[in-house]
Design a protein around this ligand. Sequence first.
Ligand code: MN3
Length: 217
Amino acid sequence: MAYSLPHLDYPYDALEPFIDEETMKLHHLGHHKNYVDKFNEVLEKTPQVKDAPLEELLSSIQNIPVDAQKSIRNDGGGHYNHSVFWKILSPEKQEPSHALVTALETYFDSYEMFCEKFSDAALKQFGSGYAWLTLSSNGKLMVESTSNQDTPLELGRYPLLLIDVWEHAYYLKYHHKRAEFIQAFWNVVNWVEVENRYNTYRSQQKSQSPPPEEAIL
Ligand code: MN3
């Protein structure tokens, strides 16, 4: 079954003034749509992985035939990353729950330190890519960045929050001032969705056997 461009849960202008309507339209209907179309093309040519769930496909990309790997990483990753990105944005200003803040404090000392570390990773990502809050295979929260359309899934980590710092995500409004876009981003984070993702992946991990490196220890 072919992938399709997901609908947004809010109108294109809903994230104004932090993310402008024109950027949202071009980003969703232009950039994301291109990834979906190209991903469907490569899946047509790679029938052996056509029906694999997307997260599984991206998690085990090294098992994919080599000639399809690059395209699946770029176009499948592009579809996946943008799909998660739209979901973790919200027109309503939200604050993270006490439970989520407590989890963040465990790994980053304070919520403010987490925000600073995440913003710093987004700012310092050289060229196109993303900054992430991820959940590692042993249940730890991490801040990291990736290039292009790479996903943390390939590294065995689950994405909870991400910011797209490709220029197409902010250039129309913020021009070269990526730092201003990152600062604005904090006003439109859907913390309910971030926490849902955290709880979902945590319960999946608890129901699975521990990863091999933990078993050895
Ligand atoms: Mn993008």
